[in-house]
Design a protein around this ligand. Structure first.
Ligand SMILES: [Zn+2]
Length: 137
């Protein structure tokens, strides 16, 4: 794949639902244009880089070696369209709000009974959302 990126229209169907479910976590990804290794992102993201690549949220750039490292590491970059989508979701600009409050950023907080919104912090019952759009895993 060239540096020009993947043409729009080829975005995997599961990308947007995934971004909505994980927007607050995905916001930790570095800005597009930066090349980075897994060690600078949260483990929760680093553990699923292959999945993120399949959803075209990150792109593999190259392998890098440094004498202090035992083995080569992968260099990644954040996909521009996905990055914009993550921030649109977090800023409440995602027009088909997934949640009853009209936002789409799902905050998977532990210890919260239901799903809390990453934009306004309102907590919604899980079934309320499943019936709404059917996109929540
Ligand atoms: Zn909200």
């Amino acid at each position: 794949m060239s540096a020009g990126g993947v043409p729009r229209g080829n975005t995997p169907k599961d990308q947007l639902p995934f971004i909505r479910r994980n927007a607050t976590l995905l916001a930790e990804l570095p800005e597009p244009g930066e090349h980075w290794t897994a060690e600078i992102i949260p483990d929760e993201l680093a553990n699923q880089l292959t999945g993120l690549e399949n959803k075209q949220i990150v792109t593999f750039v190259d392998e890098v070696t440094q004498s202090k490292w035992k083995k080569p590491r992968n260099l990644w970059k954040t996909d521009l369209d996905a990055y914009e989508q993550i921030h649109d979701v977090l800023e409440g600009k995602d027009r088909d709000g997934l949640l009853p409050c009209g936002h789409s950023a799902i905050n998977n907080e532990r210890g919260v009974d239901g799903i809390s919104c990453g934009v306004c912090d309102e907590v919604h019952a899980r079934d309320e959302i499943d019936h709404n759009r059917g996109e929540v895993a």
